[in-house]
Design a binder for this molecule. Structure first.
Ligand SMILES: [Zn+2]
Length: 341
């Protein structure tokens, strides 16, 4: 059967590194080294979906769908669990940042977090527990902005701490060579050897996880009974405030994001795993702990409304940008070719 052909237009310019990385990714898929699987059932068990997009920001066929029952947004096609190590080590960062693998972290160190924070979101909750010693774990620690910041803050308060991290990228370890943070190559299960954490950081990681039920089991294995879980993901409801995506859902959507969360749909998933929300916003920054939470509710309507709002903002943003481009071109002509614009 031939599927209906959908047209995709790139909204972002790609550089040479990105174009060659897409070719490499395609080859790995054709060769069967990166496996792709189709999702037919939602995390909640629902089977009725509505398509939100057919492509990701690179026009690769990793479209998304929203579950009509719980509102959780997931990819129709995802990269299989067993292929993630290869994908994150070889493809992900050169594709996202447009720089060669060997230069990734040189480049990343110059970028600051998107949300300015005077202190870590989780710090007040951690301090309120009045622990004398705190064990920190970070999954997918990459450049380590979150874990390094928290270590610094705890040191300032004179609280003993030990920090451990894991990442699929072999380049990541290099970021921690001159620190006391011990980092290993691998996924969440690789942290088991370090005992149990008082605080587990999952910053821009949870939306990449393929099998959430398995991930929740693994999280439980590596945190203490009173441990905190900090989860940060690019919140879907907040898209209308995210200029970095041009407010565009297609730009926001990327092949590595298996799920797009709102605070409601994230809390539903966590609740299934036996975690309750302590505090969170739609950015999303959130703190969970073990415990039963209130009954789950559907995030469907809120998400549909938010996507509509951001679509309106995206259109006016595009219009404004094309107007500025027009004025710039016009001034260039008027001021001569050597204009300073
Ligand atoms: Zn669902």
């Amino acid at each position: 059967m031939v599927n209906k052909f959908h047209h995709c237009s790139l909204k972002i310019p790609l550089n040479e590194v990105q174009i060659s990385t897409i070719s490499k990714f395609n080859s790995l898929v054709y060769e069967g080294k990166i496996l792709i699987h189709e999702r037919k059932e939602c995390f909640c068990g629902g089977k009725e979906f509505e398509t939100l997009s057919s492509f990701d920001r690179f026009c690769l066929p990793f479209g998304t769908q929203i579950c009509k029952s719980c509102g959780l947004v997931s990819q129709k096609l995802s990269i299989s669990e067993n292929s993630l190590q290869l994908f994150y080590d070889q493809i992900y960062w050169p594709l996202i940042r447009g720089v060669e693998k060997k230069n990734i972290y040189k480049n990343l160190f110059k970028t600051s977090p998107k949300k300015e924070e005077s202190q870590s979101f989780v710090l007040p909750y951690l301090l309120s527990q009045k622990k004398e010693n705190i064990r920190i774990f970070e999954v997918g620690c990459g450049e380590g902005l979150r874990v390094k910041k928290l270590v610094k803050e705890l040191n300032k308060f004179g609280i003993n701490n030990q920090a451990y991290g894991c990442d699929y990228s072999t380049e990541a370890i290099k970021n921690f060579e001159k620190t006391n943070i011990k980092v290993v190559i691998g996924g969440i299960e690789s942290l088991e050897t370090f005992g149990k954490a008082d605080i587990l950081i999952l910053s821009h990681v949870f939306e990449h996880m393929n099998d959430l039920k398995k991930a929740l089991e693994q999280i439980k294995k590596i945190i203490k009974t009173d441990g905190l879980v900090y989860i940060e993901v690019p919140g879907l409801i907040d898209l209308k405030n995210k200029v970095e995506y041009g407010y565009s859902y297609q730009n926001y959507n990327v092949l590595a994001h298996v799920y797009n969360f709102s605070l409601v749909t994230l809390s539903n998933v966590m609740s299934f795993g036996g975690f309750k929300l302590i505090e969170g916003d739609e950015f999303i920054r959130s703190v969970f702990t073990l415990g039963t939470s209130q009954q789950t509710k559907s995030g469907y309507k809120q998400i549909k409304k938010a996507l509509k709002d951001s679509r309106i903002k995206e259109k006016s943003y595009e219009k404004k940008n094309s107007f500025y481009r027009y004025i710039k071109r016009l001034l260039k002509v008027l001021l001569g070719k050597k204009g300073f614009l």
